[in-house]
Design a protein around this ligand. Structure first.
Ligand code: MF3
Ligand code: CO
Length: 257
């Protein structure tokens, strides 16, 4: 059986992913009411450094934004969907829906993961949003294995989220990842089963449902990066980097602590 990627590269990507997950979980543990999103980002920067990695986001320039990404991690609060920028004036407070997204570069290999939590007690509808987004990712991962297609993964997210009466953001997608941050194939969070590119053993891909409580329509803030819901209702985001294998998918972004 031939692998899409060599065992050596997969081993290096696995290390990058473990670091990304460890940093993400340290940030999660530090996310309490009263801390600023800037301090959380700085914690992420330090933890990456301590593990011999660096942010793949810092200074990232896709060419399509007004400026390169200025922070080390993405911190998106409430109506911010993704790519929020830590801010020294932004204090987390009880009830905030907080999404953290960490992408590390470890010796040229990339690991990418994200999660959403609620600070303190959340409203029931917000808990439903967060729990459903996590379940959508789990269902997507279960749909991924060698021989399946991208559309099978997309459809797993879409069919579940529709039943929950939540919105699916269409402007951002999951993606291949490993030797650069965004590789083929793109993995939308909606689509038809048995359609799209075929998954092959040895592929490493990031699956990342971005789900809204209200309308899934988004707009960009003037910072050129932060995507917010147009209706300003909250959004949630969960992401894992996984390895496609013959009999399933292995989650690579597992913390090493
Ligand atoms: N997980 C995000 C993504 O896949 C991280 C991007 S951060 C950026 O798009 F700032 F670098 F864009
Ligand atoms: Co990603």
């Amino acid at each position: 059986m031939s692998l899409f990627r060599s065992e050596e590269k997969i081993a290096a990507i696995r290390e990058a992913c473990q670091i990304a997950a460890t940093v993400l979980h340290k940030m999660k543990a530090a996310a309490v009411a009263g801390i600023t999103t800037y301090d959380l980002d700085q914690l992420g920067r330090r933890e990456m450094e301590a593990l011999g990695a660096k942010s793949a986001c810092f200074n990232y320039d896709p060419g399509s934004s007004i400026n390169p990404f200025p922070a080390h991690t993405c911190i998106s609060v409430n109506e911010e969907v993704v790519h929020g920028i830590g801010d020294i004036r932004r204090f987390l407070k009880e009830g905030d829906v907080l999404s953290l997204d960490v992408v590390v570069d470890y010796r040229g290999f990339i690991g990418d993961n994200a999660l959403t939590i609620i600070i303190g007690d959340g409203k029931p509808e917000h808990i439903h949003l967060v729990d459903s987004t996590k379940i959508a990712l789990e269902k997507a991962i279960r749909a991924a294995r060698s021989g399946k297609r991208v559309g099978d993964v997309s459809h797993a997210v879409e069919s579940f989220i529709k039943k929950q009466k939540l919105g699916i953001v269409r402007d951002f997608v999951g993606h291949g990842v490993g030797e650069s941050m965004h590789e083929a194939p793109q993995i939308p969070n909606f689509g038809r089963a048995r359609s799209g590119p075929r998954l092959q053993a040895g592929m490493t891909v990031a699956i990342e449902p971005m789900i809204t409580l209200g309308s899934p329509k988004i707009e960009m803030l003037s910072d050129g990066w932060t995507a917010v819901t147009r209706d300003r209702k909250p959004a949630a985001h969960f992401e894992h980097t996984i390895l496609i294998t013959e009999d399933g998918a292995e989650i690579l972004t597992i913390p090493n602590i």
